[in-house]
Design a protein around this ligand. Sequence first.
Ligand code: AMP
Ligand code: MG
Length: 393
Amino acid sequence: MIPFETAMQVALANVHRTGVEDVDLADAAGRVLALDVASDLDFPPFDKSSMDGFACRAQDLGQTLKVVETLPAGKMPTRAIGPGECARIMTGARVPEGADTVFMVEQSQAMADDSVRFTGTTTRSNLCRQAEDVRAGDVVLPAGTLLDPRHVAVLASVGVARPRVAARPRVAILATGDELVEPSDVPGPSQIRNSNGWQLAAQVTAAGGVPTYHGIARDEVGALGRLFRLAAATSDVVLLSGGVSMGDFDKVPDVLRDEGVRLLFDAVAMKPGKPTTFGVRDTLAVFGLPGNPVSTYVVFEVLVRPFLLAMMGHAWRPVRTVAPLARDVRRRSLDRDEWIPVVIGADGTAEAVDYHGSADFVALSRADGLTRVPAGTSFLAAGTSIQVQRLPW
Ligand code: AMP
Ligand code: MG
């Protein structure tokens, strides 16, 4: 059994980066940027008004000023502002030469002969200087950025209409187990429905991969091998659920070895997820995830998600919240780190969900996050601040 951090390092050391492709801005969110993006412009690109008002010289604020032109956003000023003059100006419009101040419409009084007076007492300049945010040539988004809507706005602003992003990893999913039937079937008296296959497909999509579900393999070496070969032929990563524990019918590690996969670990000091198995064959990576639904879920979130994002060049870190525990937490399995599903209450305290272990997928579905308790810690008192990795992603 190896520590979780070691397992993570071994997996990340075997990442093969995907290729790149160019996508429309409409499809960019959720993708990982493949190149540094530099701005082609200064921001703001010109001195611009941040108010609707009148642009003038600060030293003239005490005078009645003649309005020499009107400047909506998008219009180029036709003349410089001289002494005793101003231009009526809208938010976002270019400030004319000579003006260094804009006073607000709300602090103005119109006078006869298209003149205006400043009625306020103090004013800020109310203009945004060219390049005060960004200079042309500055890198505004580094390679590896996981693009969200804010980044889409940056790309649009700097004229990148087809950003270059990492290709999505192709991830094959196969469920194993003689007891499994598909969700549309009614299980027989000793059967259960396959939830992991579908859950994993959804997790892969949420992590930016392209899942292909290959169905259920029976716990038999020939059937498993056949389905594995099919899955491996067209994918970068294969995820198997089930069949990695110590039972007589847990055939996955043997089948993987027979298929030429070099197993790099098959036991991790984590709960849930101890029998998690990882191996490689050329550029193919294979994860054997324990079959219990909570184990499958958690191991994907803490190990496979960072792996898939690393394939796209993104160093993923979970969003964490710190919250005080509402109640004591006691635990066994002190040889392993444990990920415990918690609910965050309206008062901001965290409470371990009432949870019957790694088969209790309904309890997991109510959790707001996972807290990781290190090996050796048997007790956490109510009130202790804990870190919670937020779910879902
Ligand atoms: P295994 O890791 O194959 O020993 O499976 C551990 C437990 O998880 C058993 O109770 C299985 O019935 C259950 N299980 C395995 N695969 C799935 C699946 N695809 N969906 C739901 N439960 C599963
Ligand atoms: Mg099984």
